[in-house]
Design a protein around this ligand. Structure first.
Ligand SMILES: [Fe+2]
Ligand SMILES: [Fe+2]
Length: 164
C-alpha cells in the first residue's frame, strides 16, 4: 500500500491538528459551563477543574504544534458543534441535568482519545516525533478524565434514582 506524498501527509496532519484545536476549545467551554451549572464540591466538580487546567494546556500545546508546522489556529471552531451534537445525544439518554453532563463529558473524552490516536498515526507517517510525543502526553490526561467520569457515573445514577 503506497503512502501519500510527504507533503500531503503533513497537510492532513495540520488539518487534524486544527480539528483538535477546535475540539479542545469546545471542551474548554463545555467544562466551564458544566462547572457553573453544578454548584457543589463533589468529586466530579474537582475533576472538572483539574481537567479544565489540562484542557487549557492542550489548547496551548496544539497551538504551538500548529505554529511549528507553519499553520495558524482555525477560526471555524467545529469542536463547539461537536459538544452540542453530543449534548443532543445525551438528552435522549437522560432527563437529569447532572447525568446528561456526565454522559456528554464521558463521550467527549473518549472522542478526544480517538482524535489524538489519528493525529499520532499521521505524525508517525510524517516523521514528526515531537508531535507524536506531545499528543501521547495529552492522551494520558484525556484517559484519566474518561476513567474518572466512568467511575462517577454509577454513583450519580444511584443518587438520581434514590433522590439523593
Ligand atoms: Fe484535551
Ligand atoms: Fe479532555
Amino acid at each position: 500500500m503506497d503512502m501519500k506524498a510527504p507533503r500531503k501527509i503533513r497537510d492532513e496532519l495540520i488539518f487534524w491538528l486544527r480539528d483538535a484545536y477546535s475540539m479542545e476549545r469546545g471542551m474548554e467551554e463545555m467544562l466551564v459551563k458544566h462547572f457553573g451549572a453544578h454548584k457543589d464540591n463533589s468529586d466530579v466538580q474537582k475533576a472538572r477543574i483539574a481537567h479544565l487546567a489540562h484542557t487549557r494546556q492542550h489548547v496551548r500545546t496544539i497551538e504551538s504544534l500548529l505554529n511549528s508546522l507553519g499553520s495558524r489556529t482555525p477560526v471555524i471552531e467545529s469542536g463547539f458543534i461537536m459538544t452540542e451534537a453530543l449534548r443532543i445525544v445525551s438528552e435522549s439518554l437522560s432527563h437529569d441535568e447532572s447525568i446528561k453532563d456526565l454522559l456528554t463529558c464521558c463521550a467527549m473524552e473518549h472522542f478526544e482519545v480517538a482524535c489524538y490516536k489519528t493525529v499520532i498515526t499521521a505524525a508517525r507517517a510524517a516523521h514528526l516525533p515531537y508531535v507524536d510525543e506531545a499528543c501521547q502526553k495529552i492522551i494520558l490526561d484525556e484517559e484519566k478524565m474518561a476513567h474518572t467520569i466512568d467511575a462517577i457515573i454509577p454513583k450519580a445514577v444511584e443518587n438520581f434514582l434514590t433522590g439523593g
